[in-house]
Design a protein around this ligand. Structure first.
Ligand code: SF4
Ligand code: SF4
Length: 103
């Protein structure tokens, strides 16, 4: 089990969750549109969920249908970040989510 960063983080991206994670297992590169939790290192403590002001983080066992893909997106970023980045951009366009101009 792990926690998952979902749609609400796209285009928002801050560091609130990273600052409270005791495992330091939440990442984002400057060119990313959101943050990602490493499901291998996440200990399911829930601290990040409480810290996220936009309510973007959920346990993988409690994902709404529209967020189900984000379990794969989070895990996938650690193996092929460019592919995941492209998919997140695609989702942003499909779902009319604002992205910062430099994205
Ligand atoms: S549930 Fe805990 S260990 Fe997992 S990403 Fe969130 S803060 Fe880090
Ligand atoms: S605190 Fe929420 S919005 Fe900020 S990076 Fe983490 S998941 Fe994204």
């Amino acid at each position: 089990m792990a926690y998952v960063v979902t749609e609400a983080c796209i285009g928002v991206k801050g560091e609130g969750c990273m600052e409270v994670c005791p495992e330091a297992c939440i990442f984002s590169a400057p060119e990313d549109f959101m943050s990602y939790i490493d499901p291998v290192r996440c200990t399911h403590c829930g601290a990040c969920m409480a810290a996220c002001v936009v309510g973007a983080i959920f346990p993988d066992t409690g994902l709404a249908e529209e967020n189900a893909e984000f379990a794969l997106i989070n895990a996938g970023w650690f193996r092929r970040p460019a592919g995941v980045r492209a998919r997140v951009r695609e989702l942003a366009v499909e779902r009319a989510i604002w992205l910062p101009p430099e994205a």
